[in-house]
Design a protein around this ligand. Structure first.
Ligand code: HEC
Ligand code: HEC
Length: 196
């Protein structure tokens, strides 16, 4: 009887020990996971800022301000994202912002100003954080590009650079470009988890 109780006590202690080890492992795993999700939230706050999401839309008409107002002048995506024939983006948007003398509502500019093509719209606007995350991880949605290529795009693309120098009184994203790059890297290197 005594022996049996002793064995039971040892068994209970062992099971408890295993539970403690598992709980500790869980805590250790959830730290990088939380860090990655926090980093993704920084990336999300930029991608869904008007300076970025105004072109990354589900529909065919880009937004022209901070209130998701569809673009005036019947501007649409067109077959390649460069606008409809005879109403191309480049007929108004130049390679740089126009000088301040042109006023608050002059068309902003950067090289190759256009929307993503209709096959790979890369929608940032109007989606949940989880959907946004899944879009940028889905190579079919991004035209075959992986996260490393996206990081390079955020770091060195001129259209992205424009987001932080948009001209007139346009607001810029909530964190700097350097912080965005660093958050994207942290998220990517921690396995790029998506929020629930
Ligand atoms: C004037 C429209 C426009 C604006 C504004 C814009 N983008 Fe884009 N974005 C595009 C186009 C067009 C593409 C597709 C590029 C291509 O296919 O080569 C793209 C692609 C991307 C990609 C995917 C790149 C890849 O390698 O797959 C990312 C990430 C991105 N944009 C981030 C941003 C961020 C961040 C901002 C704001 C700072 C922004 N975009 C603002 C038009 C825009
Ligand atoms: C007829 C001239 C014209 C054409 C064509 C045109 N735009 Fe614009 N666009 C403008 C003007 C003007 C503004 C500035 C509006 C303002 O600030 O009130 C603007 C603003 C924008 C903005 C808002 C930028 C921001 O975040 O503040 C986006 C995005 C945009 N255009 C995308 C496009 C795209 C993409 C095309 C081609 C598919 C295009 N536009 C074609 C004149 C044009």
């Amino acid at each position: 009887m005594k022996k049996k109780n002793q064995r039971l006590a040892i068994g209970v202690r062992m099971a408890f020990g295993v539970m403690l080890v598992l709980a500790n492992m869980d805590a250790a795993n959830s730290q990088p996971q939380e860090r990655a999700l926090r980093a993704f939230e920084v990336v999300r706050s930029v991608l869904q800022h008007p300076r970025c999401q105004n072109c990354h839309i589900a529909g065919d008409s880009p937004f022209q301000d901070d209130k998701e107002t569809p673009h005036e002048q019947f501007v649409v995506r067109g077959p390649t994202g460069r606008g409809a024939i005879a109403n191309e983006c480049s007929s108004c948007h130049q390679k740089t912002n126009l000088p301040a003398a042109y006023g608050e509502h002059a068309p902003p500019g950067s090289p190759g100003w256009r929307l993503p093509p209709p096959e790979t719209k890369m929608i940032f606007n109007g989606v949940s954080a989880r959907e946004l995350c899944r879009t940028i991880k889905n190579r079919r949605a991004t035209g075959g590009r992986d996260l490393a290529s996206m990081l390079a795009h955020i770091r060195s693309n001129k259209q992205v650079a424009w987001g932080w120098a948009p001209g007139a009184n346009r607001a810029t994203p909530p964190v700097s470009r350097a912080e965005t790059v660093s958050a994207f890297k942290t998220w990517m290197e921690s396995g790029a988890p998506c929020p629930l």
